[in-house]
Design a protein around this ligand. Structure first.
Ligand code: SF4
Ligand code: SF4
Length: 360
């Protein structure tokens, strides 16, 4: 990650970074002009039009990471309108440090800082998590959320502290692995830490890898669901380590689906893979109508592809999209709740998607 000027070669591309952006209508000339302007250190309309979905990093055929350039300029100029004295979430999400103590020797699961905005403890229940210890607070939040708030440097400036705080938690609970419920923390502890040559003394485990492994060990408890589902891949999944030519999380998810009798309709969708649409969390309050338009396009696409459920991996995505999903009669389901259904377990008061983020 990080914008790579040496790879941004205008003669070898067609400005795909911005011509492919689904939220603006730029032609090749406009796209290249916008990037040239940003490289020159000037301001361009794309800085405020961008909804911080990170997709253009995937669209650029030369791997120049143009979103990192846009995000850098957003931060330098404060164009997203974040008050200067607004503290990063990893500073203010310090209360309380959630600990639900599981059994000694059980897995340690980090909900990062996001648990306060989108409470997750109700979803980490049932036999898959009965031995798990759950932790969450600002000090173990990676800071990736800040990239949506005009502070894209936060995951980097906080990286050493983030890893050190998690390492202390691993030592405290006597484990050498930490499971992450949010892609952001997982990807910062893997992709970003590797890029920055930051040693990670524990093994980061993605929630999907954890669930996949658990299901492999308990096949006798599964009753296939026989459902067709669409998937919301969040912005942070674009930072996932790759397995061959794809993001590694999709391997775990496909194996989970195969084990619980769920068929993905993603191959039939327009907005999938690199072209998947953002949940709109970054503009949900300040550009509400625009967010709703994006969500309608996205959910209708899933319905048209034959989806009977909309499956979410990211807690933030489901909190932002669950209302629209329900209005459009496509039930949103958080991944742990979907698997619990295949295990015949009670979903509790949380149901499939009762996250607490205030919805307009
Ligand atoms: S970021 Fe990529 S697609 Fe965009 S102008 Fe540079 S090389 Fe071309
Ligand atoms: S980050 Fe997303 S919204 Fe922003 S310019 Fe890139 S593709 Fe468009």
């Amino acid at each position: 990650m990080g914008f790579d000027l040496s790879k941004c070669i205008f003669s070898e591309c067609a400005g795909e970074c911005l011509t492919h952006c689904p939220y603006i209508s730029y032609d090749e000339q406009q796209a290249k002009e916008a990037i040239r302007t940003l490289i020159a250190g000037k301001t361009a309309p794309i800085m405020s039009e961008c909804i911080t979905c990170a997709a253009c990093n995937d669209f650029c055929p030369l791997g120049a990471n143009p979103w990192d350039l846009i995000a850098q300029r957003q931060e330098e100029t404060g164009i997203l309108g974040i008050p200067e004295d607004a503290k990063p979430a990893s500073d203010w999400l310090i209360k309380p440090e959630i600990v639900i103590r599981g059994k000694e020797g059980g897995p340690l699961i980090s909900m990062g800082g996001i648990y306060e905005v989108v409470p997750q403890t109700e979803f980490m229940t049932g036999t898959m998590f009965e031995d798990a210890t759950l932790i969450g607070s600002g000090k173990i939040a990676c800071g990736f959320t800040e990239t949506h708030l005009g502070r894209a440097s936060r995951p980097l400036t906080y990286l050493t502290e983030f890893i050190a705080n998690l390492t202390a938690e691993a030592e405290k609970y006597g484990v050498d692995e930490i499971v992450f419920t949010h892609d952001a923390c997982y990807n910062v502890a893997t992709t970003i830490a590797m890029r920055e040559h930051t040693e990670v003394p524990f093994r980061p485990v993605h929630i999907l890898e954890y669930i996949r492994n658990w299901l492999r060990d308990h096949p006798e408890q599964i009753t296939p669901l026989n459902l067709k589902v669409a998937i919301q891949g969040g912005c942070t999944t674009r930072y996932a380590p790759t397995g061959g030519d794809h993001e590694i999380w999709s391997d775990w998810l496909n194996e989970i689906f195969a084990m619980i009798g769920v068929e993905s309709v993603e191959e039939k969708r327009t907005y999938t893979g690199d072209d998947r649409l953002c949940c709109g969390s970054a503009i949900f309050h300040k550009e509400h109508e625009r967010t709703m338009d994006i969500q309608h396009m996205n959910i209708q696409d899933a319905i048209d592809a034959g989806a009977e459920r909309y499956v979410f991996i990211c807690p933030a995505c489901i909190s932002i999209m669950r209302g629209t999903c329900r209005k459009m009669n496509l039930e949103p389901v958080y991944i742990t709740q979907l698997v619990k259904q295949a295990l015949g377990e009670d979903l509790g008061k949380a149901g499939t998607a009762a996250f607490g983020y205030p919805v307009k």
